[in-house]
Write a protein that binds this ligand. Sequence first.
Ligand code: GTP
Ligand code: MG
Length: 264
Amino acid sequence: MSRKKTLKSKGSSSSPPSSALPPAKESGQAGGAAARAKGGSSRPSPELPLNGAVLPSRPSLSSSGEFYDVAFKVMLVGDSGVGKTCLLVRFKDGAFLAGSFISTVGIDFRNKVLNVDAVKVKLQIWDTAGQERFRSVTHAYYRDAHALLLLYDVTNRASFDNIQAWLTEIHEYAQQDVVLMLLGNKVDSTQDRVVKREDGEKLAKEYGVPFMETSAKSGLNVDLAFTAIAKELKHRSMKLPNEPKFKLHDYVKKEVRGSGCCRS
Ligand SMILES: Nc1nc2c(ncn2[C@@H]2O[C@H](COP(=O)(O)OP(=O)(O)OP(=O)(O)O)[C@@H](O)[C@H]2O)c(=O)[nH]1
Ligand SMILES: [Mg+2]
């Protein structure tokens, strides 16, 4: 019998006053010195409410000049080095950050507007620092997140073993209804793989969260991960009367591609 574990959080609705926060930029950093991106300090955008999506009566203009109908915050979490920043850069810019590893300091964000069933969905994606010393910075951002992408590195067993600790932290700090997805990254590194796909699938099933393997290097399933999240959030916030219920698990199962077929 499967022992499905559910994640319940304290569901805090309190938050630092948004009005005290500076306007959101296209990308930025908070909680420490910039490691990768320049752009000064930034906190969560004041245009995003504490709970739930922004649903402007008419399309809003994002800081990049793109119109959007609805906006959500997505956070990338997981151990240092699992590829959170690379995943975000791949999604946002379609590029891979090769070369030496520059660990994120504090927290950083990028915006991207996606077209989901004719609705423009803006994702404000927060890239957290995996290093332990920045954990308190990350904690402060959980409660505003509508979705979390939790990553491990398939070439690093410890990063997989730490997933349970991350889930405990999510349970503690994130909203109860946060959309959560588990990602096993770096599947392009077939020679160095130490975590089998089945292990990831089993863990995800145990906790009742959708799962896929990704590669920031090849691009495998990167767009899919963010699109699936955007679809789920959009459907939750804009449920139309005759629209069939969107099922994130089913969508991911149907759309996910294995590392053998090299989608880029
Ligand atoms: N082969 C391979 N390497 C990757 C992939 N994603 C990231 N890397 C490499 O892994 C290292 C760490 O990547 P980052 O994206 O900086 O890791 P991070 O999770 O942001 O780390 P922190 O900022 O410290 O939390 C870098 O050297 C990347 O080039 C991937 O999909 N495949
Ligand atoms: Mg990083």
